[in-house]
Each structure stands twice: as C-alpha cells, then as structure tokens.
Design a protein around this ligand. Sequence first.
Ligand code: NAP
Length: 291
Amino acid sequence: MGKNDLVNGKTKLIGLVGNPVEHSISPQLHNTLSMEFSKNLIYVPFRVEEGFLRDAVNGLRAINVLGFNVTIPYKTEIIGLLDEVSEEALLMGAVNTVKNIDGKLIGYNTDADGFLNSFIEETGEGFKDKNVLIIGAGGTARALAVKIAMEGASNIGIINRTIEKAQNIADIVNENVKNVVNTYNFKNLELTNLINKTDIIINTTSVGMYPNIESTPIQVDFRKDQIVYDVIYNPYETKLLSEAKKSGCKTVNGLGMLIYQGIKAYEVWSGVDIRNDLAAKVKNICIEEFK
Ligand code: NAP
C-alpha cells in the first residue's frame, strides 16, 4: 500500500484485547507483517477495563473484525465467550488468538507454538525423549507443559511455590496427553539432583523480570550440555540466563516466543503461510526495535 492509502474502505481490523496493552509490541509486529505481505489489514490495541470483556467481544463481533489477540488478564475468561475453541487451547486453559468466521468466533492458543518454534530454531533441538524441568505453574507453564508432552518428552518436572497449581497441571497433562509429569516444590526439593538429570530447564515464572532483574528463580550449578530457556524477554538476558551462560549452557530468552506466537496468529487470521526465512526476517526487525 502507498503512504496515502494506509486505511481505506476495504481495510480489515485486527484487535488486541487486554489490560494493560500499552507496552505491547504486537501492533508493530502485525502491521509490519501486513506491509510485508501487502495485506489491507490494520492491527490496533484496545484496553478493556475489568467487567467489560463481554461487551468488548460483542462489539468486535458486531463490527466484523477479522480477529483479535487476547492478553493478560483475559486469556482464560475469554473461553466462555467464544463459539468454538480448539482442543489444544482448551487443554491449555487459555486462548490468545480469536478468528472471526462469518460472525462465529473461534479461539486458538499460539503461545506454545511460538515457544516451540523459537526453541527449535534457536537450539536446533526438539523435545522427543527429553527430560524437561519447568519452573512455575501459571498460565504459561500449563500451555508449555501440554505442548512439550505432545512433542514426546519422556519426563517433565514442574516446580512451583504453590504446589497445588503444579499438581493441577500435572493432572491435566497426565490424564489427557501423556503420563510424564511430576511435581516438586522449592522447599523439600533436592534441587541439585533434579537439575542433574534434566536436559532442558524452562523458567515460566515472572522472577527476574524488569525491574527485579537481580532475582533468579533457582540458584544451582548447571551442566554445560543443558539448555536453559527463560520466557522473560525484559531484560533481554535475565540473571538466570547469564548464570547458565557462564556455565557454558545454551540459553534462549522469550523474545522469539513472543514474536513467533504473533506470526502464528497472523497466519490464522490472514491465511498466509509465512515462510521460515520471512519469519526470521520479521523476527530480526522486531528484535532490533526492541533492543
Ligand atoms: P502467571 O499465570 O501469573 O504465573 C506466574 C508464575 O510465577 C506462578 O507459577 C507463580 O508462582 C510464579 N511466581 C511469581 N512470583 C514468584 C516469586 N516471587 N517466587 C516464586 N514464584 C513466583 O503468569 P504467566 O501468564 O504464566 O506469565 C509468567 C511469565 O511469562 C511472565 O514473566 C510473562 O511476562 C512471561 N510470558 C512470556 C511470553 C512470551 O511470549 N515470551 C508469553 C506469556 C508470558 P505461584 O503459583 O506460587 O504464585
């Protein structure tokens, strides 16, 4: 599209529903993709106050948006407001992407796809027969545990401050995907033993996130053949990652996950199949803007 033609009578709208939304990089990401693919779409963030989610969703349906993303704090609440939800998103208990097909709203979860893409791209490894430790048992942990079990991990440990939340995820995965999850808490755990038998360690807690950049969820000696992934992307390198790097581990931050979940959502809305090289190009543009 030319400069005077950014929005016209045929422009379709994609929204972001959440609170807050002001920090989001999704508008830059999706509007960059629309320019790359010459798609007449525009992506706009909408801050939705508590108690207004139903009104917002009905409004988006009424004005016939192409779709929308859903972010904190509405990823679970949205499920009850949709016409259909993918089986995977139901297991994950969270929807971050909604597509509108002729007034029917269909929910998906692309967060775990984004994680998986970035993990494979940045480490060259997958999860088949791997021993994985997930730190944290919130919404992100649940989505990743479901995905990693689906990908064939041989064992998944979930360690969390509130053990009941870890057990809840374990029950969901063990009953519906594969019986591979065990739970631990920080107190009675022989952390060193657990870490020793782990191939891949993933932090899904917010510990270490800006402004608490001196915090780290676990303090252990890593082995250099271990991979350490932190879903946090601000700071770019958390304390956990910098310590793991000092031990020689391969480390990955959450920026790739964030970008690839968006790329996957864009594919859901627009029907385009974004080639790997183009996805990598868009990812690099976003990383440069973010740094
Ligand atoms: P959530 O559902 O609120 O879960 C937060 C988790 O962190 C819980 O397990 C919680 O433990 C734990 N936690 C929080 N403070 C802690 C502390 N001081 N000590 C020990 N554990 C603590 O949050 P979420 O939506 O899963 O998000 C978690 C992180 O993932 C955030 O940093 C978010 O920015 C990041 N994230 C990144 C991406 C990406 O694309 N890269 C996508 C989604 C989320 P309890 O259960 O004991 O409270």
